[in-house]
Design a protein. Structure first.
Length: 117
């Protein structure tokens, strides 16, 4: 499966970043670039939608943690949409489910992010 990542800007301060395919050592830099561009562009509420992501590894986790740090410096927030049990388990095993807010659906994540603004 090919990898792709898109960013959908929702207003001035909110964006949804949606990777499709496997997020690993080779593709995580593309996700990182999308996150950095959004943050540098003034986005403070980011939802990473992993609905169409089939795999993540430690490089991906590092990218997500780095984005959380950058956003916190700007009083921002990063949320994750993940309904895949095996991917969700990776967040639980690493303890990142306590650092990242994880939602089962995009609408739920957007509603929570919007109310935090």
């Amino acid at each position: 499966m090919d990898f792709d990542v898109t960013t959908e800007r929702l207003g001035d301060a909110q964006a949804v970043i949606s990777p499709v395919g496997e997020l690993d050592l080779y593709t995580a830099p593309e996700l990182k670039q999308e996150l950095l561009e959004a943050i540098e562009g003034g986005v403070t509420e980011i939802v990473v939608d992993l609905t169409r992501t089939t795999f993540i590894d430690s490089a991906t986790l590092g990218v997500l943690v780095g984005a959380v740090r950058r956003l916190r410096e700007r009083d921002g927030k990063l949320s994750i949409v993940c309904s895949d049990r095996s991917i969700r388990k990776i967040f639980e095993i690493t303890g990142l489910d306590r650092v990242l807010t994880i939602y089962a659906g995009r609408d739920e994540a957007l509603g929570a992010a919007g109310s935090a603004v």
